[in-house]
Design a protein around this ligand. Structure first.
Ligand SMILES: [Fe+2]
Ligand SMILES: [Fe+2]
Length: 210
C-alpha cells in the first residue's frame, strides 16, 4: 500500500511501518508457515543431510588443495571447492531459516573429509580425481532422489527444488571433471571408488538420523 492513499495523518506512521516491513523482509521465514508437520519433517531431514554432505565435500576439497594446490590441477580443484563453499553456505542459511538441527557428527565429517581428500591426493592426482568421481556420483544420485521426493510432495517446494537442482548440476560437473582428469587411471580404481561410495552411503545414513 502506498502512503499517498492513506489519510494525511497516517502518512508518517505508514511510511515508518513500510520502512520497518522492508527492513524485516530478509529475516522472514518463507515457507515455514505453509508447511505441515509431515512436510517440515521432510525438509528437516533434507536440510540436515545436505548440510552434512556439503560440509564433508568442503573438507574433501580442502584436503585435496592442501596436497595438490600448487600442481597443475590446483585451479580446477579450487573452482570445485569454491562451488562447494557456496553450497555449504546455502544449507547453513537454510538451517537457521528453517530452524533445523544439524547432525552431531560434523566434527567426525570434518576429520574424515579432510583425511579422505588429502589421503587420496597423496596417492596420486588420479586417485584424488577417483575420489571426486566416487563422491560426486553418490551426491548426484542422492540429490536426484530428493528431487523426486519433493516433486511427489504436496505444496509449493520450488525454492528448495531449484537450489537442489542447481547444486545437482554442479556436482555432475565435478564428476565429469574427475573423469576428464583421468580418474579411471587411478590404482585399483574400481575398488577405491566402491569403498569411498560405501563410506559416503554410511555417512548419509548416519547424518540423516543422528
Ligand atoms: Fe556440493
Ligand atoms: Fe561437488
Amino acid at each position: 500500500m502506498h502512503a499517498a492513499v492513506l489519510p494525511s495523518g497516517c502518512s508518517i506512521l505508514s511510511r515508518r511501518l513500510l520502512t520497518l516491513q522492508s527492513c524485516l523482509k530478509p529475516f522472514q521465514l518463507c515457507n515455514l508457515s505453509t508447511l505441515d508437520d509431515h512436510q517440515k519433517k521432510i525438509y528437516d531431514r533434507i536440510i540436515r543431510i545436505d548440510h552434512a554432505g556439503e560440509f564433508g565435500a568442503d573438507r574433501i576439497y580442502a584436503g585435496q588443495m592442501f596436497v595438490l594446490g600448487k600442481t597443475d590441477v590446483g585451479p580446477l580443484i579450487q573452482h570445485m571447492w569454491d562451488q562447494e563453499k557456496h553450497h555449504l553456505q546455502t544449507f547453513k542459511d537454510m538451517i537457521s531459516k528453517h530452524r533445523s538441527r544439524p547432525t552431531v557428527l560434523l566434527p567426525l565429517w570434518n576429520i574424515a573429509g579432510f583425511a579422505l581428500g588429502a589421503g587420496t591426493a597423496l596417492i596420486s592426482k588420479e586417485a584424488a580425481m577417483a575420489c571426486t568421481v566416487a563422491v560426486e556420483d553418490t551426491i548426484t544420485k542422492h540429490y536426484n532422489m530428493q528431487i523426486r521426493k519433493l516433486l511427489e510432495l504436496n505444496g509449493d517446494h520450488d525454492e528448495l527444488l531449484s537450489t537442489i537442482k542447481k547444486f545437482r548440476d554442479e556436482e555432475m560437473e565435478h564428476h565429469d571433471i574427475g573423469l576428464e582428469q583421468n580418474a579411471e587411471a587411478a590404482p585399483a580404481y574400481d575398488i577405491l571408488k566402491k569403498t569411498i561410495q560405501m563410506g559416503c552411503s554410511a555417512a548419509i545414513f548416519l547424518s540423516e538420523r543422528i
